[in-house]
Design a protein around this ligand. Structure first.
Ligand code: DX5
Ligand code: ZN
Length: 211
């Protein structure tokens, strides 16, 4: 069974909780994109906004920030999953390991993210320590970008070559045309921003993604 995680980046933040309410009964998670204007060239929301989210859905915080360990504790009271970009520690597996442990201590599930140009060897030394992996199918930073199908090989390899059985999330450019390939490759947590919040009928959009 796949999980659908609408990304509120494409929602109307002026009516954030009403927007969330519309998808609450048919989505599985709520994906929240945190950007610092440094790790990615865009700025979004911080912990005060995440704190204001009212939902019964598990909140999945995707940190696109340069210092995830420093800020994770500000988000952890309001979410159940936190992911950060493994390439921040590309040449430093011991710092990557320490970062996973520090964030897990906050009582959340910890995921590692890879941008499209970053490869699995960064993750391999710590694969066992992760609760899930997030494979970006666009470059982190903005909603509404075009799906990059080449990243699917990383998902296939995680499943078949490395025997990864936990959650594999995919994020970026997912819509009713691209979701099939992502699921076929082995992704089971599906983030979608514009394909859900960019549509008039969000429930129908989620049903169509489920296929
Ligand atoms: C991009 C974010 C995504 C974004 C996806 O950096 O990580 O979560 O909201 O948006 P769509 O689904 O429109 O590509
Ligand atoms: Zn995201």
């Amino acid at each position: 069974m796949i999980k659908i995680a609408p990304s509120i980046l494409s929602a109307d933040f002026g009516r954030m909780n009403e927007e969330i309410k519309e998808i609450e009964d048919c989505a599985d998670l709520l994906h929240v994109d945190v950007m610092d204007g440094h790790f990615v060239p865009n700025l979004t929301i911080g912990p005060v906004v995440v704190r204001a989210i009212k939902t019964k859905l598990p909140v999945d915080v995707h940190l696109m920030i340069s210092d995830p360990v420093k800020y994770a504790k500000e988000f952890s009271p309001y979410c159940s999953m936190i992911s950060f970009h493994a390439e921040l520690f590309e040449n430093n597996p011991s710092a990557l390991r320490a970062s996973i442990l520090a964030i897990r201590k906050l009582g959340v599930k910890v995921g590692l993210v890879l941008n499209p140009d970053k490869d699995l060897p960064i993750l391999l030394p710590v694969l066992d320590m992760t609760d899930f992996i997030l494979i970006m199918s666009v470059y982190a930073g903005f909603g509404g970008q075009k799906f990059i199908p080449e990243v699917l090989q990383k998902i296939r390899d995680l499943r078949s070559k490395y025997g990864y059985e936990k959650g594999i999330e995919i994020d970026g450019g997912i819509n009713k045309k691209t979701i099939g390939r992502a699921v076929e490759a082995g992704a089971n947590i599906i983030v979608a921003g514009s394909a859900i919040f960019g549509q008039k009928d969000r429930k129908k959009a989620i049903e169509e993604l489920r296929g």
